[in-house]
Write a protein that binds this ligand. Structure first.
Ligand code: UT7
Length: 329
């Protein structure tokens, strides 16, 4: 395999579990209202994985669709990367489970831990690996957060949903594919969005379970402000690296965490409504899968065409943030 000048997304796919949880269902679980959730977040319903479904199963279903869209088979894939904050296990990686379930016999695999920015990180990493000539076709995919939220905590349980977004990354014609990316992090702010008891620093003990430290902890308003600031800045930085003006953007997709966050970034960057794709009302925050799901819906509904400038941006636990600027293949 040799180096190539351009690499990008050759095909996309997504999958969302069948079961729906509406705001009215949540009214029966915690002290909340449909009106509060809709006005503060934009979310109306979200999908929840069945007890028999794990993150790897969602990735596999999205992955088959991305492979089909790219016109490739599982045997063609030589690397699989799963960006997730909800792996099936800490060890082994979810990527290895996906590799086995899809029968990608020749593929290496690893997970990417970058919170909700994971899809942005995975696309940038996979494109760099293809450009370096290390691998030809890389499958990326993500996520299930419903099992990591405290269903008694109204400030978090109303936000999240389950789903997977997938993409196949491969060589592209010169000037197409990923034009530039900008990735950033700030570990000093990690405690505003984390799962305290989830690793070796604070192992899962009976005490941790009793004090709900095994679930997502989020300081909502702080995370909100950081999300707007970092997604705006990383988008501007990636556009500059790509030599693309904001007026040239045909499709802008931000992490679907909260419609107020999305609208605020779009206003700050200067993106008109008809150049954005938003589906947070139907999925809630699916973390690392959110951009992948939205991107696939935008592609399949004809909102993204060959040659379009497509900008995707994310923000999440870490803190992490990032933006990929692409000319659509
Ligand atoms: O994916 C990673 C990135 N994640 C995000 O970007 C999420 C960012 N944060 C947010 O989206 C918002 O901060 C939330 C949607 C989580 C919360 O909205 P907010 O407007 O920031 O509300 P708040 O946390 O400031 O709470 C306002 C009030 C509080 O009541 P008091 O103290 O004013 O009486 C909360 O207790 O709303 C209350 N509240 C609720 N009320 C009804 C919090 N959650 C709920 C709820 N239903 N579900």
């Amino acid at each position: 395999m040799s180096v190539c000048s351009s690499a990008g997304i050759l095909g996309t796919g997504h999958y969302a579990p069948e079961r729906l949880l509406t705001n009215f269902d949540l009214e029966k679980l915690v002290d909340t209202t449909d009106e509060w959730i809709r006005t503060r977040t934009g979310v109306e319903t979200r999908h929840l994985a069945a007890a028999s479904e794990n993150t790897s199963d969602l990735c596999v279903k999205a992955g088959w669709k991305a492979l089909e869209a790219a016109g490739l088979t599982a045997e063609d894939i030589d690397f699989v990367m799963v960006a997730t904050a909800s792996p099936d296990y800490v060890v082994p990686s979810t990527a290895c489970l996906v590799q086995d379930k899809m029968g990608m016999k020749r593929a290496g695999g690893m997970d990417i831990s970058a919170g909700c920015s994971g899809y942005i990180y995975a696309v940038a990493t996979a494109a760099a690996m293809v450009k370096a000539g290390l691998y030809k076709y890389i499958l990326v995919g993500a996520e299930i957060l419903s099992r990591l939220v405290n269903w008694q905590d109204r400030s978090t349980c109303i936000l999240f949903g389950d789903g997977a977004g997938a993409a196949v990354i491969g060589a592209a014609e010169e000037g197409f594919g990923l034009l530039a990316s900008d990735l950033g992090s700030d570990g000093s702010m990690g405690s505003i969005l984390n799962i305290p008891a989830s690793g070796v620093a604070e192992p899962v003990t009976h005490r941790a379970i009793d004090s709900n430290r095994i679930y997502i902890h989020m300081e909502g308003p702080e995370v909100f402000k950081a999300a707007v600031r970092h997604m705006e800045n990383t988008t501007m930085a990636a556009l500059e690296k790509a030599g693309v003006d904001k007026e040239e953007i045909d499709m802008f997709i931000a992490h679907q965490a909260n419609n107020r966050i999305i609208q605020s970034i779009a206003k700050k960057v200067g993106i008109p409504k008809d150049h954005m794709y938003v589906n947070v009302e139907r999925y809630g925050n699916t973390s690392a899968a959110s951009v992948g799901i939205a991107l696939d819906e935008a592609v399949r509904s004809g909102k993204i065409k060959h040659g379009d400038i497509v900008v995707i941006t994310g923000f999440g636990a870490g803190l992490t943030w990032g933006c990929d600027v692409m000319r659509w293949i």
